[in-house]
Ligand binder design. Structure first.
Ligand SMILES: C[S@@+](CC[C@H](N)C(=O)[O-])C[C@H]1O[C@@H](n2cnc3c(N)ncnc32)[C@H](O)[C@@H]1O
Length: 422
């Protein structure tokens, strides 16, 4: 039995394409599980895996990437609250708002949906949030609703004081918010996944498709299409946006929210199943310059990392302004503000990354690539820049280049986990 057999099993079972997280992660996970079960070689462990559903779940737990935090890519939550506002509720007195967070990981995403809607005045008693993940371990943490500092990133944290209670064990969410979310275990690739379910008004499927190969991405998007109401919103992660455009979804025109709707039937040229997933454009958000009417919170594409935050001594207000402009769809002005900041302060990973996102949103892929490369020159382990660039290269047909960047991201993640530089 070879390691590749385990990689294939993970791909067939949960969709994980080992090359997206790096084969050494899978190798280490298998070795850890072998040691935990007292199996001396791969063959013995394979036998156990085949016969034991419990061990199958353990191996899955060992490879999942549960990375998440509150208000991650927060324009998505602003767009959700803007679309489903109190007026929406008032004009549909008999309708409940049904939302799905898939995958929900440790719960930060579905709880953020509830907080964003509550802040916007939506009647919470009319809200149902389903939250699903393959990881039992992540779900058991989610159900507790208690979080440490890693779940709060960036500098806009006033929501924590408003919604959480500080306890000796961490920040605790109240029952009024926890009770709106129903957590359950599920695998999006299971044939019977959410059968006959009433449709959802909005689905958040963020930062899952990046771990799948083209065929599995296609299969997953078809599941999401089946579960989404005809007028519903589908939110994906920043580096997954271009995939949706190639699969009969259209931008919902919420700047930087990475939100999509099903394409109207007349706009469909070819059936989704025939679309070539690898023929997708670089990870760009379509031109989405329509201004946001009432932004709830500014875009924070790059959460301040503790070390970087401590080192930042320059005045960040110009960059904050650039982010607000970008949030409001004023992309040209946002880019101009980034340039001004860079001229005044010299190279800055945050300014360059925001410039790359704006280029990406405006369809300027070459410029986006240059900006992301500059970010990596300054911060070699900037994960978002690594993932954006990997997808840019892959969609241009440079699979080897993409692989190099993904492997680098994996090394960085591993190094961060043990607290050293890669
Ligand atoms: C990086 S987290 C994303 C969490 C959240 N959506 C976000 O963007 O912050 C990825 C999650 O996907 C889950 N996952 C991986 N494969 C899955 C599958 N086949 N079905 C359901 N969940 C899966 C993992 O357990 C992990 O918690």
């Amino acid at each position: 039995m070879k390691l590749s057999g385990f990689q294939q099993w993970l791909k067939d079972t949960m969709g994980l394409d080992a090359s997206t997280i790096g084969p050494t992660i899978v190798e280490r996970a298998v070795q850890r599980r072998m040691a935990a079960c007292g199996r001396a070689d791969l063959g013995q462990y394979w036998q156990l895996l085949r016969d034991s559903a419990l061990e199958q779940q353990e191996l899955i737990e060992a490879v999942v990437v549960p990375e998440t935090w509150f208000f991650r890519d927060n324009q998505a939550f602003a767009a959700l609250a803007r679309n489903y506002d109190p007026l929406w509720a008032a004009t549909r007195p008999a309708q409940r708002l049904r939302l799905l967070s898939l995958p929900c990981s440790t719960g930060e995403e579905p709880y953020t949906m509830v907080m964003a809607l509550q802040d916007a005045g939506f009647p919470l008693e009319r809200l149902d949030v389903e939250a699903i993940d393959i990881s039992e371990r992540a779900l058991s943490k989610a159900r507790q609703g208690r979080y440490g500092s890693n779940s709060f990133r960036g500098r806009e944290l006033e929501f924590r004081e408003r919604h959480f209670e500080a306890t000796a064990e961490g920040w605790q969410l109240p029952k009024s918010i926890r009770s709106r979310v129903n957590f359950s275990q599920g695998n999006v690739l299971d044939l019977g996944f959410l059968p006959g379910e009433s449709l959802y008004d909005a689905i958040f499927c963020r930062n899952l498709l990046i771990y799948f190969d083209a065929q599995t991405q296609l299969r997953t998007v078809e599941v999401l299409r089946r579960l989404l109401r005809p007028d519903g919103l589908l939110f994906v992660g920043p580096s997954e946006a271009s995939l949706l455009l190639s699969l009969n979804f259209v931008s919902a025109q919420f700047p930087m929210a990475f939100a999509f709707r099903k394409a109207p039937a007349r706009a469909v040229d070819a059936p989704a199943a025939t679309a070539s997933v690898r023929a997708i454009a670089a990870p760009t958000q379509p031109r989405a310059a329509a201004p946001l009417r009432k932004p709830i919170a500014p875009l924070r594409p790059t959460p301040a990392r503790p070390a970087a935050a401590a080192a930042a001594s320059v005045d960040e207000s110009l960059l904050d302004q650039a982010q607000t402009l970008a949030d409001n769809g004023r992309l040209a002005e946002a880019l101009a503000a980034c340039r001004k900041y860079l001229q005044a302060h010299g190279p800055s990973a945050r300014a360059l990354y925001l410039s790359g996102l704006i280029d990406s949103a405006s369809g300027r892929e070459r410029e986006a690539e240059q900006h992301f490369r500059k970010v990596l020159y300054l911060e070699p382990c900037h994960e978002e820049a690594l993932m954006h660039l990997a997808l840019l290269l892959e969609t241009r047909g440079d699979a080897a280049g993409g692989r190099v960047l993904r492997t680098r991201a994996e090394r960085c993640r591993g190094a961060a986990a043990v607290g050293r530089r890669p």
